[in-house]
Design a protein around this ligand. Structure first.
Ligand code: AMP
Length: 288
């Protein structure tokens, strides 16, 4: 595995691979590599000849009171794990390399509407930071396919839209959420949980599973179902941020006519904010 900090070095290595006719896959991460990231890398290696992982803790996507400084940075371990799992190129640029000397003056990317809902409402500016960095990374690497986790479902939809809107020549692929045995979605932020919080944490996933069952059994009062879900989270020791049942494409609150749904949730356990989602398709009502 090659490991480089400079985008120009990465470009030279990538040009060489393209000359050889290799397809290129990209997996953007913020590091602290875990099995969820490795699921993305595995899919990338199945589909592409040459795999690129980026590690960049993006200052633009953290709010002033969020965990940018405390975010787990484990570069040496990450590099070793990625090399062992067959990554070909690790790009880990500095903030200056990505944004130049005056980050406050850099061009930003905003995806209307999708940026404002759910996580966007709770974390103002977060998705502008994500959209801006991902546009840069997609442009630096010019991969055939870039892989993103469906765990961050709103982020996935936003990236797919920005790539389409800006005419970027990279296919955006979504990879199913990797979970612990008890259902908790793998996340770098799980490391913040105390032992007691870790025991309570699967209730987030279990609540989403319960809601899926209710909908499958024919219940259609989505706001009532969501309210009961928030109560269940509170009883399990969470402080719910949001829990919504939405159209899986627009993320608008679902109505009776919607057939592809996503249940999105974010909730605090102590100081740790966890997110999760489940998607489901309901059968169309047969014509009379
Ligand atoms: P992060 O380093 O947290 O920014 O995540 C980098 C990429 O890995 C994003 O596309 C995430 O959606 C994805 N990812 C994180 N956790 C998981 C997981 N448990 N399963 C699948 N993908 C994940």
């Amino acid at each position: 595995m090659r490991s480089v900090r400079r985008i120009s070095d990465a470009r030279d290595l990538l040009a060489e691979q393209r000359r050889r006719g290799c397809s290129i896959g990209l997996v953007p991460t913020m590091g602290n590599i875990h099995a969820g990231h490795l699921a993305l890398l595995e899919r990338c290696r199945e589909e592409c000849d040459y795999s690129v992982v980026t590690i960049f803790v993006n200052p633009l996507q953290f709010g002033p009171n969020e965990d940018y400084a405390a975010y787990p940075r484990t570069f040496d371990e990450d590099r070793e794990i990625l090399a062992r799992h067959g990554c070909n190129l690790l790009l880990h640029p500095s903030a200056e390399e990505v944004y130049g000397e005056r980050p406050e003056l850099t061009t930003r990317v905003h995806v209307p509407e999708l940026s404002e809902r759910w996580c966007g409402a709770s974390r103002p500016g977060h998705f502008d930071g994500v959209a801006t960095v991902v546009t840069r990374l997609l442009n630096f690497v010019q991969a055939d396919t870039a892989y993103f986790g469906l765990k961050d479902y709103q982020q996935f939809l936003l990236i797919r839209k920005l790539a389409a809107d800006l005419g970027l020549n990279t296919r955006i692929a979504g990879v199913e959420t990797l979970r612990e045995d008890d259902g908790l979605a793998r996340s770098s932020r799980n490391a913040y949980l105390s032992a007691i919080e870790r025991q309570a944490a699967p209730a987030l996933y279990l609540t989403l599973c319960g809601i899926t069952e209710e909908i499958r059994s024919g219940e259609r009062d989505y706001s009532g179902i969501a309210a009961r879900g928030r109560e269940r989270l509170t009883l399990a020791g969470f402080k719910p941020d949001y829990l919504g049942i939405c159209n899986a494409h627009t993320l608008r609150p679902a109505g009776i006519e919607d057939q592809e749904l996503v249940i999105l949730a974010a909730a605090f356990l102590g100081g740790t904010r966890l997110i999760d989602n489940l998607r489901l398709a309901i059968d169309p009502i047969p014509a009379a």
